[in-house]
Design a protein around this ligand. Structure first.
Ligand code: ATP
Ligand code: MG
Length: 305
């Protein structure tokens, strides 16, 4: 759906993308994570032909839109007809209402008159702006503006949604609603690529996450896979509780006591069965055993380090 190969983008004295490789497959909800200044917006602007990278290749759908330092304008326009885009810093016309705003965007996409009104009504309902639909956008809160921007990104019923920090400024309710809308898009067979620097935004909604740091993709995969790989590297932490004190001084793992009959075991792999056998061989019983999952936060911080 989106293939980016070896993309290099230099602003005057800053190299924002240093040979970025990334692939978004059809039907995925892809969370593009990275700290401030990592190159997320630069990547998104490049895929849409809104800035000029120096090197690399970009493919959207089956169209090669950028290669050898040049965009193919024809292919770019063809691709963009099927894309919905929500910019990070968008200007809305403050003196227009949401209905008037969407009407103009719909005209730009040449949506027939008969279809247009229905579509605008549905989108305003979808993003929860019914009560404000005839109020001027200039007085809108940040979250309301984000909702309107999402509606305008959806106006052409796009196959691919590219959203730059779409959840910024939304309250927890707004974030939950936004995630629902994204899930609905996936159900309808669409692909979603969105950036964020906040982990909670990608959790529960993305099937794939890519982490960009200093213009390079440093991690990519499903959240489960990322956690699994992290566990392999950082070690499994297993917490057990036994029915009585056990001498674990000659156990083959790193053990530290955690209070009465409670122990923390660190091992390089999932050793739950071995732990069970070991404790039993000491004539004790395990009352509870749990593998401590790393939080995404921990992984992210480690990777960014
Ligand atoms: N127009 C520009 N001119 C010069 N440098 C720029 C320009 N736009 C971005 N940069 C630099 O490129 C790097 C990547 O910026 P980019 O906006 O892509 O990051 P980002 O990941 O979107 O960050 P944020 O989370 O803050 O939105 C940063 O060092 C930034 O200062
Ligand atoms: Mg940005």
């Amino acid at each position: 759906m989106i293939v980016i190969e070896n993309l290099v983008k230099r602003y005057k004295d800053v190299t924002a993308l240093q040979g970025l490789n990334l692939e978004v497959k059809p039907g995925q909800i892809y969370g593009f994570l990275g700290p401030n200044g990592a190159g997320k917006s630069t990547t998104i602007l490049s895929t849409l032909g809104l800035i000029f990278p120096q090197q690399g290749r970009i493919q959207l759908f089956d169209l090669e839109v950028f290669r050898d330092g040049k965009y193919d304008e024809g292919k770019l326009v063809e691709a963009k007809r099927r894309i919905g885009y929500m910019p990070e810093h968008a200007t809305l016309w403050d003196f227009l209402t949401p209905v008037q705003t969407l009407d103009i965007i719909a005209d730009a996409f040449k949506i027939p008159k008969g279809e247009k009104e229905k579509r605008i009504r549905e989108l305003i309902e979808l993003v929860g702006l019914e009560d404000a639909k005839d109020r001027k956008v200039g007085k809108f809160s940040k979250g309301m503006r984000q909702r309107l921007l999402l509606a305008q990104a959806l106006i052409n019923d796009p196959d691919l949604l590219i959203l730059d920090e779409p959840m910024n400024g939304l309250d927890p309710m707004g974030i939950a609603e936004f995630k629902d809308i994204i899930r609905e898009q996936k159900k309808a067979g669409k692909t979603v690529f969105f950036s964020s620097h906040i982990l909670a935004h990608v959790e529960e909604v993305c099937d794939t996450v890519g982490v960009i740091v200093k213009g390079r993709l440093v991690l990519e995969g499903s959240l489960e896979k990322i956690k699994e790989e992290f566990l392999k590297k950082a070690g499994y932490v297993i917490i057990i509780e036994t029915n009585k004190p056990v001498d674990l001084s000659n156990a083959p793992w790193n053990v530290s006591p955690l209070g009465e009959n409670k122990y923390r075991i660190t091992a390089s792999s999932d050793v739950r069965e071995d732990v069970h056998d070991f404790i039993t061989s000491k004539g004790a019983k395990i009352l509870s055993m749990q593998v401590k999952e790393p939080s995404l936060e921990e992984i992210f911080l480690k990777v960014v380090e």
